[in-house]
Design a protein around this ligand. Structure first.
Ligand code: NAD
Length: 304
């Protein structure tokens, strides 16, 4: 059977990921519920299918989903017209969405019961990583399913990790983003302190990049403009990775911590800060705009 990939959810991340598969010569058909995202997919000349029913046939050999939340994955895979009721047993399911571990396991188990292989494969590296195909991809599922998925994952990412059983990909991703949410606030605090101390932010940024205060938000994705080209802070804080998504991930992290009785005081505080920022209507801004909260009246950058 010839290879056919059904890609569902061509938003900020899914669009460049699907595009990289096409560039690698793969036959890919895409679907999204958002008209805006469909327009963007058209700009990339992706092969769009108008509805999910027409996309998911038994000719599909791989389904890749890149959806916002667990409820979206559940609907698409397990809903009335869910994917697991429509694909053939030979089809591999890859959910790249960042979602809660329980939902991931539930979907994977139900797929397995029907003889269908599934992995959770959330990613990190942001839209720049998605565009450049340098994503880190963390996989939960059997080694057999991991090995089958690996050639496709290598087209979309650079470092591909087998984290463990179903759900472990999301477990690893939640741990990663817990640190990211906290370090974005820390980087913002440092750079805004430098500003208030009247030290050239560019100098402090350069120093921190080479010194022990370095972090991903400093070296790759600074929360203030004028430091690294192509970052959301240089583009009026358009996402990128939205504050709403980070808020979701910090909620997932805090819920996980509660379930296993782990002490995560900084994650709790970070969630409170993002919660308030999102409640004030900033959920669609890039998450690096959290520097606005930290900066107070000293923060004077363009934001859409
Ligand atoms: P996004 O909102 O830009 O894209 C998600 C897309 O899914 C949207 O276009 C939406 O219309 C579509 N969608 C929702 N429900 C659907 C359904 N039932 N059927 C078809 N399409 C549907 O989000 P994103 O930034 O691309 O993030 C996607 C996932 O990747 C999230 O779980 C996020 O946490 C994770 N992630 C994002 C980034 C980033 O930098 N943006 C980085 C790493 C991981």
């Amino acid at each position: 059977m010839s290879e056919l990939i059904a890609f569902i959810g061509v938003g900020n991340m899914g669009n460049p990921m699907a595009n990289n598969l096409v560039k690698a010569g793969k036959k890919v058909k895409v679907f999204d519920v958002s008209k805006k995202m469909i327009e963007k997919a058209k700009e990339k000349k992706l092969d769009i299918v108008e509805n999910l029913d027409d996309l998911i046939t038994n000719e599909v050999t791989t389904v890749i989903t890149m959806l916002p939340e667990g409820k979206n994955s559940k609907e698409v895979y397990l809903g009335d017209k869910g994917i697991i009721n429509k694909v053939s047993k030979n089809c591999l399911l890859i959910d790249c969405s960042t979602i809660d571990i329980q939902t991931s396991i539930e979907i994977g188990k139900k797929a397995n019961e029907k003889g269908i292989k599934m992995i959770d494969a959330p990613v990190s590296g942001g839209i720049m990583g998605a565009e450049k195909a340098t994503l880190n991809i963390m996989v939960g599922g059997t080694k057999e399913a991991f090995d089958i998925a690996l050639p496709l994952l290598k087209i979309m990412g650079k470092n591909i990790f087998h984290a463990g059983d179903l759900g472990s990909g999301n477990g690893a991703k939640i741990c990663n983003n817990m640190s990211l949410g906290i370090t974005m606030i820390a980087a913002s605090e440092s750079l805004m302190l430098a500003k208030r101390l009247n030290i050239d932010i560019k100098k402090v940024h350069e120093i921190m990049k080479n010194a022990s205060g370095n972090s991903w938000p400093i070296s790759v994705y600074p929360p203030l403009p004028g430091l690294i080209d192509g970052t959301p802070s240089n583009n009026n804080y358009r996402p990128g990775f939205s504050a709403g998504m980070m808020n979701k991930d910090l909620k997932l992290a805090n819920e996980c911590a509660k379930q296993v009785n782990a002490s995560t005081p900084l994650a709790k505080m970070a969630l409170e800060i993002y919660d308030k920022f999102c409640e004030e209507g900033n959920d669609t801004k890039d998450f690096s705009a959290i520097s606005k909260v930290v900066g107070g009246d000293a923060w004077n950058y363009p934001i859409d």
